[in-house]
Each structure stands twice: as structure tokens, then as C-alpha cells.
Design a protein around this ligand. Structure first.
Ligand code: SF4
Ligand code: SF4
Length: 242
């Protein structure tokens, strides 16, 4: 028995859909129970900074760190409350306590986003609507273009970083039969999820691609550079087949 279904149509940025979600709707917060929140690096960074927690403290308090089964890349997910099945950031009457920095999957819902290639071989975004019986937002009268919904939900930076991380995953999948060495794995974790420790390591050795000015940049900027480095310099045939 499926508890959600996708609408059959593929939608583009210019397409419209009917949806609204607001405090006071009869299903308010229902979507914050029994959720599996996996945090890509930018989602993790935003939440960790909003909560002002160190990496290890965040993981200890709210999450779980493990290696992806196929890719062997690090994954951080949020543990739901084992008694109520609620997301740990949900306060029943108030709603989401981390709303300004909520994860991308919470922002995107009820949409699912896929990247496909168009006829010219360029990436294009395709969307599908997810329907779950508990979500009453679909019966609201408001009609909104997908591109405006993404803006409204503050998704653009999230999607940019998630796509970069997606490219890292794709690159890794090409060589998924070759295990990563402990050294490369540690570095990927630091660069993707633990930039404060990565900055400390940089002070000891900048290597060829990082410079003292990288210590001064924001963690968001350093994350962008780090994900590109993992994709282009770390996950290369030379590195993986040493
Ligand atoms: S992070 Fe916020 S919006 Fe997302 S599931 Fe948790 S409480 Fe709900
Ligand atoms: S309308 Fe849907 S997304 Fe909004 S609170 Fe209700 S269940 Fe959650």
C-alpha cells in the first residue's frame, strides 16, 4: 500500500499548480511526522549554523552519520522522535522551529524535482507533484508557477548546492566498485560536512588548490569551492586507482 503518489504529468518551471500551506490549515504540521530527512551538505550547513552547533554536537543530538551503500559517500540524516515520530524541530503549536533554515526537502514539498537532459543535451529541471492523503494544501485555491514557488520557498541556493553534490554522487557512481581510501573519505567528509575542521587542516597545508584567503571566506563560499574540488580533483581515476 503506497501512502503517496506522483501525478503522472511532468511539469516545467513555467507550469502552474494549485497549492497553499499556512499556519491554520487543518493539516498543519502533519507532514512533519514520520519523515526521513536526509541532509545534503548545504542543508546541513544551514541547519548547523542556525542552531549554532558544532558538527559533532549536531550529529550527536539530532542525527546519524553513515556511508551511502552504493557510493560510500558520507550521509547525514535527522532522527525522528522514536515515541511521537515527529521531526525533532517541530513544536506542535508553533510549527517548525528552524523554518528560516529548514531543509530543502521541506521547502520543495509537495514537489519532487529531477534533472534530465533536453534535446540539446543540456540539463533541465522537471517536476512532479506528490500527493499524500493527509496534505490538504492541494485543495486550496491558490495557483502558482513552479518557478515562483521555488523563489517563495527560498530554494535557489539549496538547489544550486544540491546539484553540485549530485554531480559528486554521479562522479562517484562511475567508480563505485572501487572502495575509497580512508584518507579520501576523511577529506570528503571534512570538505562536505565539517568545514571548521577543514579550515584547521588547511592551516597546516594549503595544497595547490586552496589559499590563506580561503580561511577568510564564508563557509557557504568554501563549501562551493570544496564540492567542486571533490568532483573535479578528488574523485579522479588517478586518485581512485592509486
Ligand atoms: S525541519 Fe521543520 S518543516 Fe521540516 S520536517 Fe522538521 S519541523 Fe517540519
Ligand atoms: S498543507 Fe501539506 S505541506 Fe502544508 S502543513 Fe498541511 S500537510 Fe504539510
Amino acid at each position: 500500500m503506497y501512502n503517496f503518489v506522483f501525478d503522472p504529468q511532468n511539469l516545467s518551471l513555467e507550469d502552474e499548480f494549485a497549492f497553499n500551506c499556512y499556519k491554520g490549515i487543518s493539516c498543519f504540521n502533519r507532514c512533519c511526522y514520520d519523515v526521513k530527512l536526509v541532509l545534503p551538505p548545504y542543508d546541513f550547513l544551514r541547519l548547523r549554523m542556525a542552531l549554532n552547533l558544532e558538527v559533532k554536537d549536531f550529529i550527536q543530538k539530532y542525527g546519524e552519520l553513515y556511508l551511502g551503500e552504493v557510493t560510500q559517500l558520507p550521509v547525514i540524516s535527522i532522527n525522528i522522535n522514536p515515541h511521537t515520530f515527529a521531526c525533532p524541530f517541530l513544536k506542535e503549536e508553533e510549527g517548525c522551529l528552524v523554518y528560516k533554515d529548514r531543509p530543502s526537502s521541506c521547502r520543495l514539498y509537495p514537489l519532487a524535482r529531477f534533472i534530465t537532459k533536453n534535446e540539446e543535451g543540456k540539463n533541465q529541471e522537471v517536476f512532479k507533484i506528490i500527493r499524500e492523503t493527509h496534505c490538504k494544501g492541494h485543495y486550496e485555491k491558490r495557483v502558482i508557477k513552479i518557478k515562483d514557488y521555488l523563489e517563495e520557498q527560498g530554494l535557489r541556493p539549496y538547489l544550486y548546492y544540491n546539484d553540485l553534490w549530485g554531480e559528486v554522487i554521479l562522479k562517484r557512481q562511475k567508480f563505485s566498485n572501487t572502495p575509497l581510501t580512508g584518507e579520501i573519505l576523511d577529506l570528503i567528509f571534512l570538505m562536505a560536512y565539517d568545514l571548521p575542521t577543514f579550515k584547521e587542516k588547511l592551516k597546516e597545508d594549503y595544497g595547490e588548490d586552496f589559499f590563506s584567503k580561503d580561511l577568510e571566506t564564508s563557509e557557504e563560499e568554501l563549501l562551493e569551492k570544496s564540492l567542486i574540488y571533490i568532483r573535479d580533483k578528488l574523485l579522479t581515476e588517478e586518485n581512485l586507482f592509486l
